[in-house]
Write a protein that binds this ligand. Structure first.
Ligand code: NDP
Ligand code: 2IT
Length: 460
């Protein structure tokens, strides 16, 4: 073996050993955090060729540093319900990385929230934000509060109490939260009001996803879903395919799902099914999106009510059954680990061409493996759903400049960012020997910028 080849071989083995060793440490130090472990494993497995080529990252202990959040805050959120009873929830903010800019990432209100969930989301957010090319670090927060069945006043009181503590840790140049599951423009509005009152100043850039009348950006509401569709379109075109007439299944019927459906339809596809946590609807000629929007955005209704207005459609209890419907494109846009190995096998057997992760980590590691082995076009979350946070960063830019761009201006910037993310991830996958593997490409491209910034800034 020539000396250079020997050297590369030895670095490859060293990189594999290093990744194994740090991953074992992650499991040992975070024993119950299975979602966090899963997110770390996915990234680490992609990084072996980068570490082998640039051993400096190993010498700088970059992975050990990346898996430890810069700061984790947990706090009590006491509030009083409508019956006068005192209730207590647990709040979190995990400030993962400030290598590229102020901490940035959403807030989730859902009963399943715990430290593992918030850490997996914060870890992924760091690489996603890096991929956007904008100056934003990574963070995530939330609470194990269930907004379902709560009155308007209960939601407001809870959200104000949450912000009373969170306000001590955020700021326009420090940490800028936004929405996620269970947190939309209404909750962001209550949070902004409470922050403003406590801070005694109008700091518009402290939160993104605000209402348009007080510092919000046009197209932020649509951004994650539209961005997902723009990315799928770029991927299809690059592979000589077209979205025209493709049958699409979208899980969930929240913010990401609704606007992914809207743009996919605009781009010529036909969305035939969507869901909520009760079950899914199947309308073989195409979902009437106006009905879904009214039910979900205005009436806080359930997806089962769709069939009252469209009796030819079908509603089925349970959300996992949605993947049994044959389709060309599957867009999981609800929550983590929605597609497991058996759902993935079914989708492949039914002829799926592409999968796009509108939600964060909706596909298990085994299911990703199945899609990649079967040459299904697979768009990973960090790349395909980055449009939301990208427009959040554009909202921050508008707030700093004290001006507001038109919908068209923001939307065209979003389109450009999504196409750049596609190109950057595709190129990284090619450069590291696995063309078409965008899981690898997105992880590598996101990682390199963060790692280089960390090294440049010293051991801090
Ligand atoms: P929403 O709260 O607006 O909608 C969530 C949807 O998913 C609802 O239809 C909800 O159903 C369903 N859902 C939530 N949890 C579960 C669960 N455990 N099981 C089954 N269904 C569930 O959230 P978003 O649309 O904002 O977020 C959806 C996903 O997209 C999340 O993974 C989020 O992290 C990710 N994301 C969001 C971004 C954003 O800008 N909002 C940006 C990038 C990613 P039900 O109403 O019955 O609870
Ligand atoms: O997962 C995500 O990227 C988000 N929930 C959006 C974060 C943001 O800061 O806009």
């Amino acid at each position: 073996m020539k000396t250079v080849e020997k050297m590369e071989f030895s670095y490859l083995q060293q990189a594999k050993d290093y990744v194994d060793e740090v991953y074992e440490m992650v499991k040992k130090r975070n024993p119950d955090q299975v979602e966090f472990q899963q997110a770390v494993k996915e990234v680490f497995d992609s990084l072996i060729p980068v570490l082998a080529k640039h051993p400096n990252y190993m010498q700088q202990a970059i992975l050990e540093r990346m898996v430890e959040p810069e700061r984790t805050i947990t706090f009590r959120v006491p509030w009083v319900d409508d019956k006068g009873k005192v209730r207590v929830n647990r709040g979190y903010r995990v400030q993962f990385s400030s290598a590229l800019g102020p901490y940035k990432g959403g807030i989730r209100f859902h009963p399943t929230v715990n430290e593992s969930i918030i850490k997996f989301l914060g870890f992924e957010q760091t690489f996603k934000n890096s991929l956007t090319g904008q100056p934003i670090g990574g963070a995530k927060g939330g609470a194990d509060f269930d907004p379902k069945g709560k009155s308007e006043m209960e939601i407001m009181r809870f959200t104000q109490s949450f912000m009373t503590e969170l306000s001590k840790h955020i700021g326009p140049d420090l940490d800028v939260p936004a929405g996620d599951i269970g947190v939309g423009a209404k909750e962001i509005g209550y949070m902004f009001g409470q922050y403003k009152k406590l801070r005694g100043a109008y700091e518009a850039g402290v939160l993104t996803g605000k209402g348009i009348g007080y510092g919000g950006s046009l197209a932020r509401k649509e951004a994650t879903g539209y961005g997902t569709a723009y990315f799928m379109d770029a991927m299809f075109k690059d592979n000589g395919l077209s979205l025209d007439g493709c049958k699409v299944i979208v899980s969930g019927s929240g913010n990401v799902s609704i606007y992914a459906m809207e743009k996919m339809v605009e781009l010529g596809a036909n969305v035939i099914a969507c869901s909520d946590s009760d079950g899914y609807i199947y309308d073989e000629n195409g979902i009437y999106l106006e009905t879904v929007k009214r039910l979900k955005e205005e009436e806080q209704g359930r997806i089962r009510e769709y069939i009252k207005e469209h009796p030819h459609a079908m509603f089925k209890e349970g959300c996992s059954g949605i993947w049994e419907i044959p389709c060309d494109i599957a867009l999981p846009c609800a929550t983590q680990n929605e597609i497991d190995d058996s759902a993935a096998r079914l989708l492949v057997a039914n002829g799926v061409k592409a999968v796009g992760e509108g939600a964060n980590m909706p596909t298990t590691l085994e299911a990703i493996e199945i899609f990649l082995e079967n040459n299904i076009l697979f768009a990973p979350a960090k790349a395909v759903n980055a449009g939301g946070v990208a427009v959040s960063a554009l909202e921050m830019a508008q707030n700093s400049a004290r001006l507001a761009w038109s919908f068209e201006e923001v939307d065209s910037k979003l389109y450009e960012i999504m196409n750049n993310i596609y190109t950057t991830s595709t190129k990284a996958a090619e450069d590291y020997g696995q063309p078409g593997n965008l899981v690898l490409g997105a992880n590598i491209a996101g990682f390199i910028k963060v790692a280089d910034a960390m090294i440049a800034q010293g051991i801090i």
